[in-house]
Design a protein around this ligand. Sequence first.
Ligand SMILES: *Cc1c(COP(=O)(O)O)cnc(C)c1O
Length: 373
Amino acid sequence: MTRETRAVISPAALRHNLGVAHRAAPDSRVMAVIKSNGYGHGLLRAARALRHADAFGVTCMEEAVPLREAGYAHPILLLEGLFDISELELARRYRLDMLVHSDWQVRMLETARPGRPLSVWLKVDSGMHRLGFAPGDVAAVCRRLADTAAVNDNIRFVTHLACADDRDDDSTTARQVDVFSACLRDLQGDRSIANSAGVLGWPITHADWIRPGVMLYGVDPFIDERSERPQLRPAMTLSSPLIAITQCAAGDFVGYGATWTCPEDMPVGVVAIGYGDGYPRHAGNGTPVLVNGRETQMVGRVSMDMITIDLRGLLDEVSIGDRVTLWGEGLPVERVAAHAGTIGYELLCGVTTRVHMEVERQDNEDGPGTDAV
Ligand SMILES: *Cc1c(COP(=O)(O)O)cnc(C)c1O
């Protein structure tokens, strides 16, 4: 028998969430962002389920090349562009679109050896102050790129939103959209602004291409407290079996550092998952978990390979081997993240290779064999 710590990926959920993005921005094309190993779901697994997107967005060659080699003909955009001139031939060979965010990248292209011209997306810094050209420089950079033999005529424009996750902050996003639009006023070419929060919360950001990431995996991108929440389905359900039940007495402590003291006599369950699997060590007492679909809480510290949970009121219904869900179906990862001082993105990306990844089987167009990738 092996340790049954599992992450089950649902292609149906990924497809559903892609549909939500598409319906939210029906006039825009969709670039599905599958960087960082498909937000932890597996690059090729995510690509397969999201293949009806119009394009894919990734961070680097290590993510782009396997997509092409797997046979995807979609435009694939390298969201940070080339890191080095040595990547130029690969970009040509694999027909990759590249983002251009800095003057050194423009110079690199200007001095490139002759070859097939590449599609370029020019990154505008509309206020986030991370990557991109200052709005005042965009027209000149665009002219230089247009005069560069290594770049084709179809120059497109992209910017990134800093605060779209807060629907109550209506000034920052609107200002970014204004800055972006104003500096492109006299320039032709597709525009792209929206991340997931832009797609779902800010129609003014939809433009020609949307770039949803985290919402495709079923994570609500908003940090605000509004009651209307997007109808997304978690694409990863992380679970592990209960491997021990300990009867504790009032006053007993549980786990490293004795951070939980039993307020009464109580059963404590031990679940075979810990920070060695990517469960966040900073999740504290009270972090929700589901046992056979019933919600209870973690007690005590997260160990490398185990966590301990409160089984008060559940003893009649649980036995060794029952599955405990850490996040996913019935328990959004963002709730767990909030207890660990982080965001759903980080938890999804952080699941380690020790966890068995499986694709949910289903009777649909994918048919059997979906678990191949
Ligand atoms: C990661 C990323 C996205 C997707 O962001 P989400 O918040 O996950 O939707 C979009 N655009 C760029 C440039 C990114 O790096």
